[in-house]
Design a protein around this ligand. Structure first.
Ligand SMILES: Cc1ncc(COP(=O)(O)O)c(C=O)c1O
Length: 395
């Protein structure tokens, strides 16, 4: 038998969502109608103008060749314009912009390009898994910093962790509005964290995946709006959520040119870029689809209201998020000792409802489950009825 010491794969823990997926499949095989709030996988169609642009472009055989890993020049220009229009941020599209095959790919490869074994990295927790596991795959030391509601305390904890480290951290990875916790911040938060990054010479990676999924008048800031942020920070964005394009695999990373160039370099060895027609359609999305983005956001808002009002009505007290496509729900008192995986299993078994166990986003998340707003309002009402029955059972 050849050597099976696959050390990089071994560093990754078993996928906790796999157990939930298995239960879901088994229940469906038995004819159960499982209402699925599990994955943050947008369920609606990509807006028509974007699809039409793809169809038009794919008919040109010249687009079937290898594309450009760094991104088509016109796409990088559209990204520059998007930042200028939305955030009044000026970018050099030659040096400070790179497109990615989805932001998950970009975040993982930025870690691989910039981190070495022995480097320390501070990562917000709970968080979207690639923020932590990109660091682990790169062989660096992951240092999770818990964030529970209080962003001022989080900043203090970050600074404490820096001061206490025998080896100064190289990088901080953050995500606001956050998946899974839905935590949001103001520009002052970014000013303070950039100040910390500059004081201690530490890179900051910010993931702005939910830039457009915001409610009740809240506007999610970009870290690049902070004066001088580009000296130490980059920001990732994805078209997956704002434009219902999760399967298309297109996102980008902008800001500090040393970090952007490191990502460009490693990607030039690893990929030939997102398929050209998809990049052309992404230009259409960024330039011309603001109205469609507003409609997508309104749809999530209606679902948020249906789910949160419903859960609160049946006695499961949850907070309405101001951003993201998630509801981060504390496990009801009666079940709190079970932990999030066991509680999620009960929800599938007794309420026909699938959610993501909070522990899948780090041990700090184990008191919570995450609902993704990927079921329509009618199905959400059906789920509430199932959960109501389950909560009234003696289990
Ligand atoms: C915070 C966050 N970042 C990145 C991603 C990945 O997005 P993409 O489809 O661009 O890889 C997700 C997807 O759920 C996410 O929630």
């Amino acid at each position: 038998m050849p050597n099976q010491d696959f050390s990089n794969a071994k560093k990754l823990p078993p996928y906790i969502f796999g157990q939930i997926n298995l239960l879901k499949q088994q229940a469906r095989l038995h004819g159960e109608d499982i209402i699925d709030f599990g994955m943050g996988n947008p369920d609606q169609a990509t807006p028509n103008p974007i699809v039409e642009k793809l169809i038009e472009t794919v008919k040109n055989p010249a687009t079937h060749r290898y594309s450009q890993s760094v991104g088509l020049p016109k796409l990088r220009k559209a990204i520059k314009d998007w930042y200028s229009r939305k955030y009044n941020v000026d970018l050099n599209e030659e040096l400070e912009v790179v497109t990615c095959m989805g932001s998950k790919e970009g975040i993982a490869h930025l870690s691989l390009a910039t981190l070495s074994p022995g480097d320390n990295v501070l990562v917000q927790s709970p968080t979207y898994p690639i923020h932590s596991y990109g660091v682990v795959i790169a062989g660096a030391n992951l240092h999770s910093i818990t964030l529970k509601d209080d962003t001022d305390k989080f900043l203090v904890d970050i600074e404490d962790a820096i001061k206490r480290s025998s080896l100064k951290p190289k990088m901080i990875i953050i995500n606001f509005p956050s998946n899974p916790t839905t935590q949001y911040v103001s520009i002052e938060f970014f000013q303070k964290i950039v100040e910390i990054g500059k004081k201690y010479d530490i890179w900051i990676i910010h993931d702005l995946a939910y830039a457009d999924i915001v409610y009740d008048g809240y506007k999610a800031p970009s870290i690049l709006e902070v004066d001088g942020a580009k000296d130490i920070a980059v920001e990732f964005f994805t078209l997956s959520k704002s434009y219902n394009m999760p399967g298309w695999r297109v996102g980008f990373c902008c800001g500090n040119k040393e970090l952007v160039q490191a990502l460009i370099k490693i990607k030039s060895y690893l990929d030939y870029g997102t398929f050209t027609p998809i990049q052309v359609a992404a230009i259409k999305a960024l330039n011309d689809c603001d109205n469609e983005v507003s409609e997508i956001c309104s749809m999530y808002e209606r679902r948020r209201d249906e789910l949160c009002n419903g859960l609160n009505r049946i006695g499961w007290s949850v907070k309405k998020p101001l951003a993201t496509m998630f509801v981060w729900a504390k496990i009801p008192e009666k079940y709190s000792k079970l932990g999030s995986l066991e509680f999620s299993k009960l929800l599938i078994e007794h309420a026909n409802v699938a959610v993501s166990p909070g522990a899948g986003f780090g041990a700090d998340g184990d008191d919570y489950v995450r609902f993704s707003l990927i079921e329509n309002e009618h199905r959400t009402r059906q789920a509430i009825r199932g959960i109501k029955n389950f909560l009234s059972m003696e289990i």
